[in-house]
Design a binder for this molecule. Structure first.
Ligand code: C2E
Ligand code: MG
Ligand code: MG
Ligand code: MG
Length: 282
């Protein structure tokens, strides 16, 4: 009997595995269509300044409004796109959609804050990126200070290659550059100083453990102090609890982002947040 149960279980797992493999396969196959037929949408998550709880920035996060699967999250399709040049196309879509949205809010007379978009390592290998960004700023009548770029540590391996040059050109245009997920890789602030990074975002995993581990608390405080001494601003990502917010404020962190302040929200809800201007924690 136990043998039969065992077999039954295997069949069940196989079916599940196949279902998720199928979904991934379908998503991979349909991704070019998603970009071409505008099935991608941007949601926005606010960055809140700790000194006065003002919303001082937004981060654009892409979703795929899939006709069969509903809203698909980036972890399910960005890695697929990153396997090929498709990520460059997707990234360009996000960049132009970001500029277009910012222009729309501007036309509506809303109080603007910089909107950041995420850039993959492969996109920084595209030497035309600064010209593309510049053209979109022009086309939509927005200034370099009204957008921001987020890159990850894996973009910062080599100070003299194309990615580093692209970053320097973006910075030269007046665009602020943020380092995403800081601490999740192996780079140190002393290496990062060779790149034009204005802001670091401390990885969610540290914020998650800030209360559970005294070491993590010390690490976060040290990162913030060192970043400030290097004239960088510090954002904490993934803040989910009031206690974490209190600790981060004590540690001198500049801004927070996370479910405790707001989840990423759609365009309408974002406009409402912009009008509201602050998110005062309960
Ligand atoms: P990321 O850039 O580090 O963005 C933060 C992710 O953490 C977002 O997930 C956000 O919804 C989530 N998050 C925010 N606050 C909290 C919190 O308090 N708790 C928890 N548990 N999670 C929180 P999302 O939107 O699913 O995006 C995941 C990743 O996908 C992003 O990580 C980014 O690396 C990538 N991504 C998203 N949009 C784009 C894009 O347009 N281009 C590229 N290249 N990558 C993107
Ligand atoms: Mg990001
Ligand atoms: Mg991040
Ligand atoms: Mg992260």
């Amino acid at each position: 009997a136990s043998k039969r149960r065992g077999r039954g279980r295997f069949t069940y797992y196989d079916a599940e595995l196949n279902a998720s493999d199928d979904r991934r396969y379908v998503l991979e196959r349909q991704l070019p269509r998603a970009i071409a037929e505008n099935e991608l949408v941007l949601h926005f998550q606010p960055k809140v300044r700790l000194s006065d709880y003002r919303i001082v920035g937004l981060e654009a996060l892409v979703r795929w409004a899939h006709p069969d699967y509903g809203l698909v999250y980036p972890n399910d399709f960005i890695p697929l796109a990153e396997q090929s040049e498709l990520i460059v196309e997707l990234g360009n879509w996000v960049m132009q959609a970001c500029c277009a949205q910012q222009a729309m809010w501007k036309a509506q007379g809303l109080p603007l804050v910089p909107v950041a978009f995420n850039v993959s390592p492969r996109q920084l290998g595209d030497e035309h990126l600064p010209a593309r960004v510049s053209a979109q700023l022009q086309a939509h009548g927005i200034t370099p200070a009204e957008i921001e770029v987020e890159v990850t540590e894996s973009c910062l391996v080599e100070p003299f290659g194309t990615p580093a040059n692209v970053l320097r050109q973006l910075e030269g245009l007046g665009i602020r550059i943020g380092l995403d997920d800081f601490g999740s890789g192996f780079s140190s602030l002393s290496q990062i100083r060779h790149f034009p990074i204005g802001t670091i975002k401390i990885d969610r995993s540290f914020i998650n453990d800030i209360r559970n581990s005294k070491d993590v608390g010390v690490i976060v405080t040290s990162i913030i102090t060192l970043a400030h001494n290097l004239n960088m601003r510090v954002v904490a990502e993934g803040v989910e609890l009031r206690d974490q917010l209190v600790d981060l404020k004590m540690a001198g962190c500049d801004e927070v982002q996370g479910y405790y302040m707001s989840r990423p929200v759609d365009v309408c809800e974002t406009a409402r947040l912009l009008v509201q201007k602050t998110i005062i924690p309960a």
